[in-house]
Ligand binder design. Sequence first.
Ligand code: MN
Length: 308
Amino acid sequence: MTLVFDVPRGVAFVSGGLSGVQRRSSASVAYWLVARPPGSSKRHFKGGVSSLSLQTEVSRRAVLRTLVLLPVAVAMSSQVNAATATGGTATGSGTSLGSEVPVPPLPYPYNALEPVIDAKTMRLHHDKHFVGYVTKVNAALTEEQRKTFPSILTRLSTIPDRTVRETVRNQGGGAINHRVFFEIMRTPVADAQRNTPGGALGDAINRQFGSLAAFQKEFTQAAKTLFGSGWVWLYEVGKSPRRELKIGTFANQDSPLMQGNMPLLGLDVWEHAYYLRYGPDRGAYVDAWWRVVNWPAVEKIFETRQLP
Ligand code: MN
């Protein structure tokens, strides 16, 4: 079905058979519109718009004509989304952005991880890649869903629209993976051997893997051999008193959260994480990375079971 909505300010939004229009609430006249540019299978744009008036049901020819407006609609949709942060609800006039998934600043200067990770890589990684993931997951989620981030990643299957679900999986995974990643690094210690976890986490690693060295060997091996882009995580499975630690590789931006497990320590092995300094030598990056692991931050996640 093809619908054209007339939003306040006279801008036409088009959903010309490109995707669905969902009525989100029977109590309010509120719709979400998802538009996908012709020829694109990946990108999607979403505007939460309240108090829409259904203008007309249009003919195929009119749709073709209206599609010319799509770039305008796409550009406007993000503005409308920002202007009506409560988009899709009956109180769509709100402008609060308080529910946005945040972009925490790096907890250290860009050059703090030198020489293990260079300042330029950190700047691009945080300000471009991370910001990009967060921006895109915010655009994909409703205000109510944003409030549940990152726990919504533990129940992706409840997101009915396949395109939205995939966006939340990829961009939302990127948002939480990087949030944790930046937090669990710090200025390098001179001797990687001396950078060790303590407390309950240190005990748990020894219990699970035999020793810290055995854990690091297995984790390092996983990072060096992961094919393509992805992550290696130390994560926790199960509930007390049967909490167990595991090492796992995750493709793309998948996260242990998506399996209902708690991420603790993650290593980004996407090329954008190391290529400027290390080129194709991922192994050198992985080996050096142990010097910047902020074990106290990992211990805090383990003990509080709270992500940063
Ligand atoms: Mn990354």
